[in-house]
Design a protein around this ligand. Structure first.
Ligand SMILES: Nc1ncnc2c1ncn2[C@@H]1O[C@H](COP(=O)(O)OP(=O)(O)OP(=O)(O)O)[C@@H](O)[C@H]1O
Ligand SMILES: O=P(O)(O)OC[C@H]1O[C@H](OP(=O)(O)OP(=O)(O)O)[C@H](O)[C@@H]1O
Ligand SMILES: [Mg+2]
Length: 288
């Protein structure tokens, strides 16, 4: 059975279980169970902390796992771990931050100061890049409290919406140290049995399918034959748009995949070139 590590709590837990569920895996977990078997798919899920997944997939303890890119960089295991697929959730940036009304207003001002963080390695690497020296104070969480408590003059932490920073009266300094999202990873040195290798490829195909279904829609429209070339240039699709004849002479029907984020813009442009009956359909699942 393929051993797949899934974050058991934290920001990555919910989106990971949702993704695997949509990909047809059964993660049924008895109360507080740390393992779940999906016999139909030949997969054994192991519920672990995202940081432990980052630390151990490269060592071959597990076959594949889902974790954060920042955790891979922060634990120094990025080189023994191969990123198979970015997953589009757990998006965050990692920043230096200090009191909004304090004396520190740039990264250069951090020289010689204490920086509280859960990722000392990332902070030390960033300090080296900036040519400054900082002393790291390690905290597992609630890092934003460190300045008010006098533990450190600044922090370096994960920022998503920025509300934790604002609530603590802190502002970011400089550019992000790192940008991160959740990824599917495997050990880069680990050879798997043929059966497990096949299960990895199935998992990868299924996850890609779910992500594609989330990021594309199907668009159908009618357009005059004379506008077909301009219209299909607006909706080139993933491979090629389908063009069908209609009962009405001089009119054709077009079907194409369109990135979900572009839908409104594409409809505006199609309408401008004379397209009518524009319909957008969500994808339940796909293999592109
Ligand atoms: N607020 C957030 N929004 C998006 N991603 C986040 C957020 N906080 C943490 N992450 C991402 O989640 C991963 C951290 O997962 P982990 O389970 O270790 O911690 P957590 O989500 O902060 O949970 P907890 O602090 O409860 O342990 C990292 O990749 C990090 O970038
Ligand atoms: O920019 P925001 O949207 O506010 O998100 C960022 C916050 O989310 C995470 O905290 P988490 O909830 O995991 O608590 P923790 O600090 O105890 O880890 C992270 O460590 C930040 O504190
Ligand atoms: Mg956290």
């Amino acid at each position: 059975m393929l051993r797949v590590a899934v974050p058991n709590k934290g920001s990555l837990h919910g989106p990971t279980t949702q993704l695997l569920d949509e990909a047809g895996y059964r993660l049924h977990r008895e109360h507080r169970a740390l393992f779940a078997e999906d016999r139909a798919n030949n997969v054994r899920f192991i519920f672990w902390r995202a940081g432990d997944i980052a630390r151990n997939v490269g060592a071959g303890v597990l076959d594949v796992g889902i974790t954060g890119q920042d955790l891979l960089a922060g634990t120094g295991t990025a080189s023994s771990t191969e990123e198979l697929l970015p997953l589009g959730f757990g998006n965050s940036e990692f920043y230096f931050a200090a009191a909004a009304d304090g004396p520190i207003s740039s990264v250069a001002d951090l020289d010689g100061k204490r920086v509280a963080t859960s990722f000392p390695r990332l902070v030390e690497q960033a300090a080296q890049r900036y040519g400054i020296e900082v002393r790291t104070v390690e905290l597992d969480g609630a890092v934003e409290t460190a300045v008010e408590l006098g533990l450190a003059e600044a922090i370096a932490d994960v920022v998503e919406t920025g509300s934790s920073l604002r609530a603590a009266g802190l502002v970011t300094l400089g550019e992000p140290i790192l940008r991160s999202q959740a990824v599917l990873v495997r050990g880069s040195e680990t050879a798997l049995t043929e059966e497990r290798e096949q299960a990895v490829q199935v998992l990868l195909q299924r996850l890609r399918g779910v992500l594609d279904a989330r990021s594309f829609v199907v668009m159908d429209y009618n357009c005059p034959e004379s506008a077909l070339e301009t219209a299909t240039a607006i909706t080139p699709g993933k491979e090629s748009p389908t063009v069908s004849n209609l009962a009405e002479p001089g009119l054709v029907a077009v079907r194409s995949m369109v990135p979900r984020a572009d839908v409104q813009n594409v409809m505006d442009r199609l309408a401008e070139v004379g397209a009518t009956e524009i319909l957008v359909t969500r994808l339940e699942a796909c293999r592109l």
